[in-house]
Design a protein around this ligand. Structure first.
Ligand SMILES: [Zn+2]
Ligand SMILES: [Zn+2]
Length: 340
């Protein structure tokens, strides 16, 4: 195929993405070609740009793992999607389907998984190739722009909340009301939880209140753990989406005995745990990373049913370097979505 497309790609780590005309990729066996209409920009895309994880992507690489678009081409051996279907292309580009993790519903932990926009080219381009078995159809109630941030941000908090083992009526802390957190507040409400939102930014807390949080706490001005224990006896669960190390220890202190802390945010480094406290209060700590195809389908359906809406900042592919710069300097409220 000689057709060409616009794409933003990493050519050198820690440098601006190069905006280039590159050949439209050809789908191989079991693969599809998707014409991208929207692609969210995730904090994790920065790791591809900076090359700061131990396993760096091979360059050049087109980032992006929140793509939504139309299927326009099929490789051989594709039976589950057709040309014209609207699909999402998530972080989990594909997994082996044969290992213990894949067979036990943990494909997100497959040791030989391939990641979109990291191990293979992603959605910061007019077209992307996807593994047909690993794309998810997008419910018609969701626009492209609304569906894109759910591919990673929405999925991640949906799964994190499921991992919290919270039940309807339980009190759940959402720590950090940024790109992940503002979706987490809405998913938690849709799951029937009572939400306590914590942040250091009053504007973000006001957003959380509008989205249904029963309690909002600015942790700069209120000591959150004492307040939560005095008012409701501690939270049943806490989901930390903040990219701040101190938020993790703080969240442990907010839990009631038997409570569960789920870690979604990914700041570098460590946080301290008091062993006596964890043992005596029988706390559970869980890391949670994105979600499976099944989780993603459920997360999209729930978003459509419960009218979960991402706060979207539209941008053009040409603006990508500006968007990434802003992301490094501050946490943008809501989610930036590239539109094509
Ligand atoms: Zn992501
Ligand atoms: Zn596997």
């Amino acid at each position: 195929m000689s057709a060409r497309m616009r794409a933003a790609r990493v050519v050198r780590f820690n440098d601006d993405l190069e905006l280039a005309e590159v050949p439209v990729p050809t789908p191989g066996y079991g693969e599809i070609l998707v014409k991208v209409s929207a692609c969210g920009v995730c904090h994790t895309d920065l790791h591809a740009v900076h090359g700061d994880w131990p396993d760096k992507p091979a360059l050049p690489r087109i980032p992006g793992h929140e793509a939504v678009g139309m299927v326009v081409g099929l490789g051989k051996g594709v039976a589950n999607v057709a040309v014209g279907d609207r699909v999402g292309v998530p972080w989990l580009h594909r997994a082996c389907g044969r290992c213990d993790q894949c067979l036990s519903g943990w494909e997100t932990l497959c040791a030989t998984q391939v990641r979109s926009g990291y191990d293979v080219d992603g959605g910061f381009a007019e077209y992307v190739v996807a593994a047909a078995d690993f794309v998810v159809k997008v419910p018609s109630a969701l626009s492209d722009q609304q569906a894109a941030p759910l591919m990673c941000a929405g999925l991640t908090v949906y799964k994190g909340l499921r991992m919290s083992d919270a039940k309807p009526g339980d009190w759940v802390v959402i720590s950090g009301v940024g790109g992940l957190g503002h979706l987490a507040v809405q998913y938690a409400r849709a799951m029937g939880f009572q939400v306590i939102a914590t942040d250091i930014d009053d504007a973000k807390l006001a957003l959380a209140a509008r989205l249904g949080a029963a309690m909002t706490l600015n942790v700069r001005t209120t000591e959150p753990a004492g307040f939560i224990h005095r008012s409701i006896g501690g939270a049943h669960a806490a989901l930390v989406t903040a990219v701040s190390r101190s938020a993790f220890g703080q969240a442990v202190d907010m839990l009631r005995p038997g409570g569960t802390l789920v870690l979604n945010g990914l700041p570098p480094g460590e946080f301290g745990l008091n062993i006596y406290d964890v043992v005596m209060r029988a706390l559970t700590l869980r890391g949670s990373i994105v979600g499976t195809r099944h989780d993603l389908s459920r997360a999209l359906e729930l978003a459509a049913q419960a009218h979960i809406e991402a706060t979207v900042h539209p941008a053009r592919l040409d603006d990508i370097n500006e968007v990434l710069d802003k992301m490094v300097r501050s946490s943008l409220p809501g989610r930036t979505v590239l539109e094509f």
